[in-house]
Each structure stands twice: as C-alpha cells, then as structure tokens.
Design a protein around this ligand. Structure first.
Ligand code: HH2
Length: 293
C-alpha cells in the first residue's frame, strides 16, 4: 500500500528485464557522469575504467538503474560534439551492460547517441529535453520499443507557475511521444529540478510534487547535490551537500517520487528505505517488506 498523495498507482514497467512495481518502494538511479566538467564534482573524465568501477559499486550499494551521461548539463555548460559524447559513453555502456545486472540508462538528448548506446546495451533513454530538442528522439524510442524518461526543462521558457509550467511542458512531451507511437505506459516523467528555476521555484516544485501524480505516470526526481541545496545551506560546494540532498530525497518521496536520481547511492538507499517505511506503510498482516538490497 502506498499512502502518499496518489490518484492512481502507475502500471508496473519492465526495464531491461527488471520489473519496476511503482508504489512498492522508491527506486534509485545512480549517476555515472563520464565528463570532465559535471557540476557535482563527480565527473569521471574519460576514464572508462573508473566509470565502470563506480557503476559496479553503485549496484553493490543498491542502485536499481545506472544512468550514464557524457555531456554536462549544468547552467552555462559547453555542448559536446556528437562524436565526443559517443566516445565517452559507449565503452562504459557496453561494459556495464555486460558486467552488471541492473538496467542501464543513457542520459542524452541526441537521438544518434541514444541509438548507439541502446545498440551497445542500454535499456532506457533519459532525455532532459523530453523529446523536444531532437525531433528524431521520440521516433527512435518508438522504433526500438524502449522505455524513456521525459524531463521538463524550463531553460529559456517564460515563467507562469511552477507546476503549471511543468505540466504544460510534460504534456507537450507526451503529445510528441503519442504522435511517434510510444505507449504512454512506457514513460517516466521528471519535473526537471534545477533546470531553469530559481531556488524558491525548486523548493515549491518539491512541495507541490504530488500534483504531478495526477498525470498517472511514475515520477523521477533528481535533486542530488544541486545548487538549490547548496544555496539553502549558505552556498556550500557540491561535496558538502550530502545531508541536504538526503532531506530533499525524503521530501520528494513523501510527495510522490517513484525514483530518485542520486550521486551517493549507499547513503540514499538508507534515506529511501527509512522514508519508504514511514511513507509507504504496509497493511497489518501483510508480508514483510522486501529486505534491503
Ligand atoms: N539532472 C542532471 C542530468 N540529468 N536527468 C533527469 N532525468 N533528471 C535530472 O534531474 C537530471 C538529469 C544534472 O545532474 P548531473 O548529471 O549530476 O550533472 P551534470 O549534468 O553537470 O553532469
């Protein structure tokens, strides 16, 4: 049973052969940034070996999905040419797909990168522009029949109302998906914490996250180490945002997150399990909760 603000629990989704039962617990997506310039300070440069080792460690610590990205998306980031992005992510995706038993997600907004990564063994596309950057992305996801995360990105858009803007943006993404022939049940939505919002907007987004559940799709939230956490704490750097990130993850779960995207898997597994025990109580007499991974 899931007692959080809920309209209906989304249908389970199979990703890379694994069944995600939304509402049963919070799932964790571990971030693997094969970049020299990620805001969080965890960029692994082009060291594929280090990226693979980090992925293996994340799985041991309890990650449910590994999200591999080769282009930093922080404000003011330098775009990476297609070939360079592929050079960064493909060897890592290929090895992780062979060496770990959790699904691999490719964090890209370029259809060509997504296609190559899916061919190399990835199971899920994570598009921070929700199919709105590359017109070939939604048709690709439809063609290959894979699940996808569609994120709302507020950068460059006019502000009206936090949740209203997110809903409108996501509805546009869902229309693009429908037009391409992607079944709605194969999608996960993400409000895009940190993408074009002020600190206050980001905080309001988490406070009102429950309103997004009305869309009937699983919700992913990525607050980990982001600048809003640093700002609330008095401009602390990313490496000092662990506990603040933990607070934001707990609140996101209470308000309806089904999955959280995190840099600190071992710590956030604990946050998720304790928050789940409080926010998703089991009815008396039901089977015990599944043991922690
Ligand atoms: N945030 C980042 C990147 N990808 N994808 C989704 N679905 N949701 C997010 O909130 C999200 C995302 C930015 O974080 P990170 O990858 O750590 O930083 P950088 O883009 O600088 O590498």
């Amino acid at each position: 049973m899931d007692d959080r603000p809920t309209v209906s629990v989304p249908a389970p989704l199979v990703i890379g052969g694994r069944r995600f039962e939304w509402g049963a617990r919070t799932y964790l997506m571990g971030v693997i940034n094969v970049t020299p310039d990620s805001f969080s300070g965890d960029g692994l440069g082009l060291d594929a070996e280090a990226a693979v080792a980090q992925g293996r460690r994340f799985v041991t610590e309890g990650a449910d999905i590994l999200d591999v990205g080769g282009e930093s998306t922080r404000p003011g980031f330098q775009g990476v040419p297609l070939e360079e992005e592929m050079r960064r992510v493909l060897p890592v995706v290929e090895r992780l797909a062979r060496e770990v038993d959790v699904p691999i997600s490719i964090d890209t907004c370029k259809a060509e990168v997504a296609r190559a990564a899916l061919k190399a063994g990835a199971h899920l596309v994570n598009d921070i522009w929700g199919f709105r950057h590359d017109p070939a992305m939604a048709p690709l996801v439809a063609e290959l029949g894979v699940p996808a995360v569609v994120m709302h990105n507020q950068r460059g858009r006019e502000f009206h109302d936090v949740i209203g803007d997110i809903r409108a943006g996501l509805e546009t993404s869902l229309r693009l998906a429908e037009r391409a022939g992607i079944p709605r049940r194969r999608l996960i939505i993400d409000p895009g914490f940190g993408f074009g919002w002020s600190v206050e907007h980001n905080l309001e987004m988490l406070r009102r996250l429950g309103e997004l559940r009305e869309m009937g799709l699983p919700v992913l939230v990525g607050t980990s180490r982001k600048s809003t956490i640093g700002a609330v704490l008095g401009d602390v750097p990313p490496e000092e945002r662990l506990m603040g990130s933990a607070a934001s993850v707990a609140i996101a779960i209470v308000h309806g997150a089904d999955m959280v995207r995190v840099h600190d898997v071992a710590e956030m597994v604990q946050v998720c399990r304790v928050t789940d025990a409080i926010a998703r109580p089991r009815p008396a007499g039901s089977a015990d909760r599944p043991p922690p991974p």
